[in-house]
Write a protein that binds this ligand. Structure first.
Ligand code: NAD
Length: 487
């Protein structure tokens, strides 16, 4: 049966076909298992992570094959953007987990003389991880590393649009983990919604802002905590001092890798008008270098993925056609279909601000390039849109870089590069408001699945704080006045 049309199936052991009943059963099992999994030590959790690492390396070719079958993702991109980030997460967590789990002592204020305090990191409990199709392995297993490190169990619901990758994850995680710890459920929206009805302790969702709102509403029913890794339009600024060839090369990579279907891909570029034409030309040169000199060569390039599905393809074609109708030009790229689910790497100029392509997240290989005269105008236009997941600055001028940083807000920024802030294991990753709530990856992924529990120990029977107990005499008030002045 074509996996794209196959009905949702449970990934757990046994012959059960009723996926909802299976979800209920596994959810109950994971709950019952909490007293055991929460007591696991750092070495035990690291062993689980290392087993996951070994399994991923053992099945490396299968990962490549699955993602090729799903959307012709080039094998090198699978290694670089699916496998490597998860291996890096595992390496980083394995190295630091014992430290992260250590209770952190904090100092004692004068009012609490006689006490000592610390922050303990306890697992939140049962986690739900819902992930998108664009980096299915990375965005499912990356959060799972955080859950395992924190000592949580987790139910995973990867995207229905990458059936091969989802099935492979189900298979290899099934070989590694008891379903009381980790279970994968395939399925579409109905499966996600059934999962969202359950009182999970934490929900880690990666996907679109629209579905993020649905997830947050469902989480509110149970007051589950959430990490929402969402999307949006990530702007790029190229000023007149930037190294144009270098900027164009890095933007070409950041935009067209994974065929533009990257949450932190540059969505559109504001370029200083003096360097606009040179920049567009440099984009063209780099597109030719990366993917081939003409549309035919690029359509058969093994290094250029495909659009995930027909509906998304039609949406991109419509964005492009509407922009042209409204006066945009397309000096680089051709969008007539020369291969299934193929869109040429395309640059658009003269794009009107009101065009739909400048209103919604593009999430495909179409790059509007807009000239600016005054940086303030570009910043105003950027700030008029919802807060982006990423913002990129290309400039050799430190004052301009600082100005952009100080006058904008974004989930994350790379200066003079694209995408790379995501790959740094010490940096938190996430959005801000519309582009996301909460941060993940590395230590922040561990924190997302941990309850930071403050513990204060009183060492004195008659502590000084009892001076402030009722009845409130004049002496009590004087002491309070002293403290108010002191603070
Ligand atoms: P999506 O929101 O459509 O789907 C994500 C997941 O949610 C899938 O597993 C899907 O089955 C499930 N889902 C869909 N509709 C649902 C509903 N009504 N109720 C419950 N669950 C539902 O996103 P997508 O199309 O898979 O991915 C593209 C989006 O994800 C883009 O907006 C992109 O920017 C964003 N994204 C963000 C990050 C990040 O790290 N911030 C990473 C990748 C993608």
């Amino acid at each position: 049966m074509d996996p794209r049309t196959a009905p949702p199936r449970s990934t757990t052991n046994g012959d059960a076909t009723d996926v909802f009943a299976e979800i209920d059963r596994v959810f109950a099992l994971q709950h019952e298992y909490q007293p055991f999994i929460r007591r696991t030590t750092a070495p035990e959790r690291v062993r689980k992570l290392q087993r996951l690492r070994a399994k991923l390396l053992e099945r490396r070719q299968d990962l490549r094959d699955a993602l090729h079958a799903d959307f012709r993702k080039p094998p090198t991109e699978v290694d670089l953007t699916e496998l490597m980030p998860v291996l890096l997460e595992i390496k980083h967590a394995s190295k630091h987990l014992a430290d992260w789990m250590q209770p952190k002592k904090v100092s004692t204020p004068v009012t609490l003389f006689g006490t000592s305090s610390e922050i303990r990191y306890e697992p939140k409990g049962v986690g739900l991880i819902i992930s998108p199709w664009n980096y299915p392995i990375n965005l499912t297993l990356g959060p799972l590393v955080g859950a395992i490190a924190a000592g949580c169990s987790a139910i995973l619901k990867p995207s229905e649009h990458t059936p091969h990758a989802t099935r492979l994850m189900k298979e290899l995680l099934g070989e590694l983990f008891d379903e009381r710890e980790v279970a994968v459920f395939e399925g579409e929206v109905d499966v996600a919604q059934h999962l969202l009805d359950k009182p999970f302790h934490h929900i880690y969702f990666t996907g679109s802002p629209e579905v993020g709102k649905i997830v947050m509403r469902a989480a509110a029913e149970h007051l589950a905590s959430v990490t929402l890794e969402l999307g949006g339009k990530s702007p790029t600024i190229v000023d007149e001092t930037a190294d144009i060839d270098d900027a164009a090369r890095k933007i070409t990579y950041g935009k067209f890798a994974n065929k533009g279907q990257t949450c932190i891909a540059p969505d559109y570029v504001y370029v200083h008008e003096r360097v606009h034409d040179a920049f567009v030309e440099a984009l063209q040169d780099n597109i030719h270098d990366f993917y081939g000199p003409d549309a035919e060569a690029r359509a058969s390039s093994k290094d250029y993925a495909r659009i995930i599905h027909e509906k998304h393809h039609r949406r991109l074609e419509a964005l492009y056609a509407e922009a042209l109708e409204q006066g945009a030009r397309s000096p680089v790229g051709q969008t007539q279909r020369s291969a299934p689910r193929f869109i040429d790497p395309t640059v658009l100029t003269d794009v009107p601000a009101e065009a739909r392509i400048m209103q919604e997240e593009i999430f495909g290989p179409l790059l509007p390039v807009l000239p600016y005269q005054s940086l303030d105008d570009a910043l105003d236009a950027i700030n008029a849109k919802p807060r982006p997941l990423a913002l990129y600055i290309f400039s050799e001028d430190e004052a301009t870089i600082e100005r952009v940083l100080n006058h904008t807000t974004a989930g994350g920024t790379s200066v003079n590069d694209t995408l790379l802030h995501y790959m740094h294991p010490e940096l938190p990753f996430g959005g801000v408001n519309t582009s996301g709530i909460g941060k993940g990856y590395g230590y922040y992924g561990f924190l997302a699945f941990s309850n930071e529990r403050p513990v204060l120990r009183q060492k004195l029977k008659r502590s000084p704080f009892q001076q402030f107990y009722p009845p409130y005499t004049k002496v009590t008030q004087k002491l309070v006045n002293l403290l108010v002045r002191y603070f």
